[in-house]
Design a protein around this ligand. Structure first.
Ligand code: NAP
Length: 248
């Protein structure tokens, strides 16, 4: 039996990395997948075709998650085209790292808008639809950095910690309508976001992780699969660390 048969899932930032990994595993589990991206038009087309190969409905949308109006329009369009919105995964995210001493106001605001405001935008955009359905699962991509902090990432850490407060508040507000809201805090997952980093630093990180390796998009996607499916019908307001034991 497929765990997500017929469930419509929106994944923001699905064109690469963790979001792509989630899209692939969800399609394999029978979910119809609507994913967004910022500029990767070609990659999005390829992924659409790949997902359709699993026999599900799949479509990529170029939409800026940081934009309130675009998020409203997107949710409306997906609802019309797919007929329901059962799962929302707020995954889109960026980094603009710098020490507090050097960080610009623009880079602080940009990271908060793309990483945190986007979660508000999309959650608000699907809320009414999920309330009417009297069911839904919202999954927000935080980070180990949001739980613990990190030098050189004040903007990113603030955005990811903000997601945790938002997640728990939404869980309290709409739990009575059978809508669940949880967060995932990935540790070091090897994607394009982390490929930019110095390789020696990366090797040091791998060695410091109890499981002695970086995570894969599939590691994170499988935690999403649990939270999106009926395996987790009594789980809400939680943060699941997917970090190889990093915070232990
Ligand atoms: P990634 O490889 O850089 O991919 C980012 C995705 O977000 C891309 O699909 C990108 O689209 C999309 N995106 C960026 N800005 C957007 C916007 N304004 N609106 C819509 N989509 C946008 O990142 P990743 O490593 O997979 O990370 C995914 C999420 O996990 C992020 O929230 C990140 O903070 C979090 N996370 C990652 C790690 C890690 O180690 N990698 C650890 C903890 C948490 P384009 O392809 O069009 O640019």
């Amino acid at each position: 039996m497929k765990l997500l048969e017929g469930k419509t899932t929106i994944i923001t930032g699905g064109s690469r990395g963790i979001g792509k990994g989630i899209a692939q595993i969800f399609a394999q589990q029978g979910a119809n997948v609507a994913f967004t991206y910022s500029s990767s038009v070609e990659a999005a087309k390829e992924l659409e075709n790949e997902l359709a190969g699993y026999g599900v409905k799949a479509k990529g949308y170029q939409s800026n998650a940081a934009d309130f109006e675009q998020s409203q329009e997107l949710a409306k369009e997906i609802h019309k085209e797919f007929g329901s919105i059962d799962v929302l995964i707020n995954n889109a995210g960026i980094t603009k790292d710098n020490l507090l001493m050097r960080i610009s106001e623009e880079d602080f605001d940009k990271v908060i808008e793309v990483n945190l405001k986007s979660v508000f935008n999309m959650t608000k955009a699907v809320q009414r639809i999920m309330l009417k359905q009297r069911q839904g699962s919202i999954i927000n991509m935080s980070s180990v950095v949001g739980v613990k902090g990190n030098a050189g990432q004040t903007n990113y850490a603030a955005s990811k910690a903000g997601i945790l407060g938002f997640t728990k508040s939404v869980a309290l507000e709409i739990g009575s309508r059978n809508i669940r809201c949880n967060a995932i805090a990935p540790g070091f997952i090897e994607t394009e976001m982390t490929a930019k980093l110095d390789q020696q630093v990366v090797e040091g990180w791998r060695n410091a992780i109890p499981l002695k390796r970086g995570g894969t998009p599939a590691d994170v996607a499988n935690a999403c699969l649990f939270l999106a499916s009926d395996l987790s019908t009594y789980v809400t307001g939680q943060v699941i660390n997917v970090d190889g034991g990093m915070l232990t």
